[in-house]
Write a protein that binds this ligand. Structure first.
Ligand code: GTR
Length: 433
């Protein structure tokens, strides 16, 4: 046991050193972004052009989904045959009286054994029900998203942020509310939305454990790891978001047809994959999702495919390793991930100092998804040039680059709330802002 722990610590230190050296020599020079040719979302693999919405819907979209599954994220199981929801707590007087807090366990074995996903839900008290919602995963446990003392402390493994190690760890009281700034629960409910969130680690803990824990374990046959084209951790997180939506569909206070799935960084990659694979999500929001999220891989700017697969070998399908330092041979690029969300609204957000996530590459993905949005008869992205900092553009595709670093800020949330209001127009948004 002791030696196993040291092995784990050793592996983590090594991974950290590799990441640090990669980050140091990443390309941040626009003049060194060479020529690259993006695959055309409106051309079938066999070369046939896609000229109408029907061909997109019936042929190209399924083909692209299959390509992303096979080469990037891995194929996930569908909705499990058995899924159970249990409301574990409710407080009608949360957040200073403005919200009702519910906690719900989502699990898959009747006897309660196996993975349990803990969903936290805030409903605005002053709004007429059912309400539209934002749904997103959090990094460190539901209890970190607000100081609200009624939120249960996660019992799952949590990363140790202090020493950057992946050591065995339990959530502590000091971490209550540590991510409050990233969530803006009060602002969201005041605007008439519900906020639903779940700890990503309940679905799959964020370390390379050979897929023995989390929801992967539910589907393992014997000792078999997922096959090279089967789900990694990002896909498992996306699958978990769909299970949370299964619950929201059963809650009469939420309008499940008006759920925006949102995620930051690695969890933004998961939100995009959830929005692409699950058409029940009305809106998808990517906050600084970067490589393997909204950023084009072929630009080789900031984090690259080789880097991400080395630092986080568990995030993607094993097949994705084929494209390490070999991005041009990948049959897809990330603009086609955005295109898979069409015609539903999508918002891509970057931060000026977040060069690792390649803000320009994130914008270009939105831009190159636009032909699909146009083909499907939507407004798409209303600009052809990257907008100035802090000047959001919002059509069916929204985009902004804000001042500051890799983070989710009040400014970001203000744009997402406006975007959701615009696209849910006619929704029962009766908040008090
Ligand atoms: C970084 C990783 C990024 C991004 C980020 C995060 O280390 O390289 O792809 O996902 O973590 O999730 O904060």
């Amino acid at each position: 046991m002791f030696s196993k722990l040291w092995l784990l610590v050793g592996v983590c230190v090594l991974a950290w050193l590799v990441r640090a050296s990669f980050a140091a020599d990443a390309n941040y020079d626009e003049s060194k972004v060479g020529d690259y040719k993006l695959p055309d979302p409106l051309v079938m693999e066999n070369g046939d052009p896609v000229k109408d919405a029907k061909t997109w819907k019936e042929k190209r979209r399924p083909e692209l989904l299959r390509l992303f599954e096979t080469h990037v994220y891995g194929k996930s199981p569908g909705k499990p045959e058995k899924i159970f929801f249990k409301r574990t707590s409710e407080d009608k007087n949360a957040l200073g009286g403005r919200a009702t807090r519910r906690e719900i366990d989502i699990y898959f074995n009747e006897d309660g054994s196996g993975p349990r996903l803990g969903l936290l839900l805030y409903l605005p008290n002053s709004a007429q029900k059912p309400v539209p919602a934002f749904l997103g995963l959090n990094f460190d446990g539901n209890h970190t998203i607000n100081k609200d003392p009624g939120i249960s402390l996660t019992k799952s493994w949590v990363p140790n942020r202090k020493d950057k190690g992946i050591t065995e760890n339990k959530a502590t009281l000091e971490t209550r509310g540590s991510s409050t700034g990233r969530w803006e629960a009060e602002k969201i409910v005041d605007a008439g939305f519900a906020l639903a969130t779940m700890y990503a680690g309940d679905i799959d803990p964020d370390f390379d454990d050979g897929f023995t824990n989390g929801v992967h374990a539910l589907y393992r046959k014997g000792d078999n790891k997922p096959a090279p084209d089967e789900w990694g951790t990002v896909a498992a997180w996306a699958w978990g978001l769909s299970r949370a939506l299964d619950y929201l569909e059963s809650d009469k206070d939420v309008d499940a047809k008006k759920v925006a799935v949102i995620g930051h960084s690695r969890l933004g990659k998961a939100a995009l994959w959830a929005g692409a694979t699950d058409e029940r999500f009305a809106i998808t929001i990517s906050n600084n999702s970067g490589c393997g999220g909204a950023a084009l891989s072929r630009r080789i700017y900031g984090e690259t495919v080789a880097r991400i697969n080395t630092s986080f070998p568990h995030w993607f399908a094993d097949n994705y390793n084929k494209y390490n330092n070999n991005e041009n041979t990948c049959p897809v690029d990330q603009h086609e991930l955005i295109a898979l969300i069409a015609p539903r609204p999508v918002y891509v957000a970057s931060a000026e100092e977040d060069k690792w996530a390649d803000p320009k590459g994130e914008f270009l993905s939105a831009l190159h998804a636009n032909p699909v949005y146009k083909l499907l008869g939507t407004e798409g992205l209303p600009v052809t040039e990257m907008p100035e900092v802090d000047k959001p553009v919002t059509g069916t595709i929204g985009y902004h680059i804000r001042t500051g670093k890799h983070d989710v800020t009040t400014y970001d949330w203000e744009q997402y709330i406006e975007f959701a209001k615009k696209h849910h127009s006619g929704a029962s948004i009766s908040g008090r802002d």
